[in-house]
Design a protein around this ligand. Sequence first.
Ligand code: F6P
Length: 548
Amino acid sequence: MTQQLTETAQWQALSKHREAFGDTHLRELFATDPQRAGRYTLNVGDLSVDFSKQLITDETLSLLLELAQARGVEPLRDAMFAGEKINVTEDRAVLHVALRAPRGASIEVDGENVVPGVHEVLDRMGVFAEKVRSGEWKGATGERIRNVVNIGIGGSDLGPAMAYEALKEYSRRDLTFRFVSNVDGADLYEATRDLAAAETLFVISSKTFTTVETITNATSAKQWVLEALGGDESAVAKHFVAVSTNAAEVSKFGIDTENMFGFWDWVGGRYSFDSAIGLSLMIAIGPERFGEMLAGFHTVDEHFRNTPLAQNVPALLGLLGVWYGSFFDAQTHAVLPYSHYLSRFSAYLQQLDMESNGKSVQRDGEPVAWQTGPIVWGTPGTNGQHAYYQLIHQGTKIIPADFIGFAEPVTAAADPRGAHHDMLTANFLAQTEALAFGKTKEEVEAEGTAAPIVPHRVFKGNHPTTTILAPKLTPSVLGQLVALYEHKVFTQGAIWNINSFDQWGVELGKVLAKKIEPELTADGTPLPDAHDSSTNALVAKYRELRGR
Ligand code: F6P
């Protein structure tokens, strides 16, 4: 059995170091080291990553790096890139990195190079996407497709939905794109109520093609199309395509497997939007831009794979998370993009991080005796500043945060007066400055503040942040950002010795929902007594309210 994390010499050294670190203030760390910003800023691809406003010293970093070494981050990383089955509970390789490997690269699973297959699917996607974009792909009544509705959930929704939102300005504005995930019928209803079925293509995205939310929504969408177009089943082939690993279920649903785009069991749902799961995104932005996005991912993959840990940006970000989670009791991690286009980015990262590292047993099934993944959250600045930043600045909790900003707006059209982007950026920079350095009692007093108000206006500062600055939000930069977080999550999973690639925690709720669903109906089902008294009573109340 691997040595327990907290018993390693490196962990104990970090514990001691934490005690010695005490309340060391960023004011002090910056004052004593004029080179701090330069020394603690690294570049990867187009991203400049400044972690100088983190509660660290050179000693912290070297102890964290020793920990990474001791916990085998590098061998596990190499095993991932080599196609080894590091998803031990599902006996699968973990090869999202193969999805963005260039044509001609070789990554083997069970002795077979998977890269040609990846490019074969990308090529088919490209041909199909161009047919839709050009109007060559017609609906059942001969109309061209003007609306694309992706139906999927979790990784089969969040990735394409986030990336579509992020890259909207690069998309075909004359086509409408919608993303339906929730089994609440309101989602599909709102997404389709103003669309003409004759001009609408549904992309049914589901790795397993058995996820009940997706199949329920897809079935309702099929009914919506058939009702609108006269009920001829042959319309399905023109209005539905599938993205899945399960050809049998796709064809059972009635979709021609000719119109199915496959991927593989070594692609986890939350790591999949750069696979065929990105089909709706590819239709939106076109194959070329999709390719640029993949190249962005690949740049960071190569960095993660080849850079020594001391300069390895995703590895360092992962180590910082370990530092705060276990040594500062941070429970959450905020990701605060200063780009309106990244409005879904934190929602996407929630699945990536929390479904990956929300675990409490180690790879061998032993319980962990240390903190694992944080609660990830955030919304774009500047909106958050007028809502919850108060708590980050003056509350009682420590909230490490990543601030993500861009030198240029995505489009000059979004800043015709030249007034917005500099203001956005000024806020982006001001927040991390304020969080780090705060405002002392003396400074508040010197402003002539009335004595009883002084404590209310003091900012203690010392709130840790990383600043990620990129030239502009492009497809490539988006790929780089996502890969950065993927490998950060990987690094943390390696340190904590958990399997970041399964998600058994979603199963129990699914099983219980299946059991409860028939109990809610009015077909003479007896009121349940098989649950706890709270659940029984809630089912009874629901039936009463529904008159059942
Ligand atoms: O929530 C569990 C989960 O399996 C996710 O990991 C996955 O992204 C999502 O459901 C959707 O699964 P599928 O693509 O198979 O429909």
